[in-house]
Design a binder for this molecule. Sequence first.
Ligand SMILES: [Cu+2]
Length: 67
Amino acid sequence: MKHTFKVPDMTCNHCKMRIEKTMSGSGKVNELNVDLQNKKVSLESDLPVADLIKLFDDAGYDAEAAE
Ligand SMILES: [Cu+2]
């Protein structure tokens, strides 16, 4: 399933890299797109939303499902 998350505390390329590293490290996230400008992350995964939010948490960021 495709998901979009709002990640308000994501501010720079370092944040982007941390999120990309954590998501790809999970081995369960595809089609990852980190939109730093709009503070949104879209991805494709079979994981439940709660598990995806936990991954953002592991990376150090609060995330909220956006539609
Ligand atoms: Cu940053």
